[in-house]
Design a binder for this molecule. Sequence first.
Ligand SMILES: Nc1ncnc2c1ncn2[C@@H]1O[C@H](COP(=O)(O)OP(=O)(O)OP(=O)(O)O)[C@@H](O)[C@H]1O
Length: 357
Amino acid sequence: MADTLLEARGLTRRFGAALALDALDLAIRPGEFFALLGGSGSGKSTLLRLIAGLDAPDGGALFLDGRDITADPPWARPVHMMFQSYALFPHMSVAENVGYGLRRVGVARGEQARRIAEALALVKLDGLGARRPHHLSGGQRQRVALARSLVMRPRLLLLDEPLAALDAGLREQTGFELRALQRQTGAAFVMVTHDQEEALALADRIAVLEGGRLVQVGTPEEVYWRPATAFVARFLGAANIVEPATLPLKPQVAGAAAYALRPEYIRLTRIGGASDSDLRAIRPSDHRTLGHEETGPNRVMGVVREAAFRGDSTLFVVALEAGGALRVTVHADDPMPEMGERVALAWDPDDLAPLAA
Ligand SMILES: Nc1ncnc2c1ncn2[C@@H]1O[C@H](COP(=O)(O)OP(=O)(O)OP(=O)(O)O)[C@@H](O)[C@H]1O
């Protein structure tokens, strides 16, 4: 396929009895920012190492531009990996570190100097070429590691938890810089992360891994709003998992055993002492149930049990009269219920995302 840069077919890797990758299929497009998201032990690092050629699969194959590269050594692949530890050589200067790969493949000296300067400028480290890595901050060391990868002009750059070692302030800025670098260089970036917010913020597409299998691949919007399984729904921001047996649901797509319902999708209506201003904020469709206690499909009654302030919104846990609880977010501009207040919860049928078992 023309729009596929790297393809994995049936990729399998066993460690003794443990199946780290279970016949995994995956296609990465040229120039995309792709996130591999999964919990500890889901197979993320194993997949990255196989793509880089640092490890060999027990089954399946890898194709780059349609060519089988499964048996190619790492240096023969237009793929570069940036390790979480950065793996810089402490006895070499920044410029020597960045130029290491160029020297190994025998690029002429003048050309080396030009490309090292270009790579250092790309990561905004101009002028620091003579320094040793231990005279740099953690963020700067990461830039050296990035420059060392980018100087090789890879088609595909693999990044193992690139932001994990940075403090919170630097993480967001570095994330945006990674995106900018990816656009500037045109290389495809594959980033391993266990942080769903990072994946949602940066990636063009996200692959969610569970137990060595891909459970869903899609845009951040697709995996967030339309999770394929309960695992994905929970992993990406704690959606409510609701079942027709326990709640009066009338979903757009019938027949699923369970549905994901985002806390942001639920409308909360104050029933008890709703003030006039509260009433004006309530949608017309909610008026008929105000003061009444009727329920119906996609509408339930409950009592507010917990509240967590989140700045632009507050998350409420509402214990349902029919049993169970739902998590509901109320935007800061909307009327807030009190703790212990009775409320009505409602949602649109097409906001129920059907889940595979
Ligand atoms: N060299 C190895 N020897 C034995 N088992 C291994 C080896 N490497 C990985 N595994 C096993 O394979 C599975 C997948 O591991 P992997 O490191 O790929 O997961 P991960 O998603 O990267 O996890 P983490 O986020 O914790 O790094 C785990 O069960 C792990 O214990």
